[in-house]
Design a binder for this molecule. Sequence first.
Ligand code: CA2
Length: 142
Amino acid sequence: MKIAILHGPNLDRLGQRQPEVYGSATLKDLEKLIRAEAKRLGFTVVFFQSAHEGALVDKIHELTDRGIEAFIVNFGAYSHTSIALRDALASADLPAVEVHISDIKQREKFRHHSMTAGACIAMISGKGFPGYIEALRILSRL
Ligand code: CA2
């Protein structure tokens, strides 16, 4: 299975600030962890991060047209607001799992709802980096 892991704004800053919320490891460390588990499961993974909503929309369409088979997404703050990203995932019509490193339900009220999770088969929140491993395993069972 070919899976794309998409990250939204500020996630490229992981490990640099707020370690009490997001831990002290970097996005590169996270990619390494995901790659190792993906290899065990026989998955091919591609990574993309952008601070731009439209760039994420374009990437979902581009990857879909090139035959990607599933998505793992953490759109960061856009998760809470973006109908465009939700529509892009829905139009791809592929299994997607949303991951949040922090527990969005235990944080500020404006983070409690995810707009984009409605286009996903599952949402994992508050489990740190292992949440991405859980997402891979969910996809491996499909
Ligand atoms: O918990 C998550 O994974 C979030 O998607 C992270 C987003 C946040 O807006 C969501 O509500 C929950 C923000 C990522 C910001 O990452 C930072 C990394 C280093 C320093 C500061 C922020």
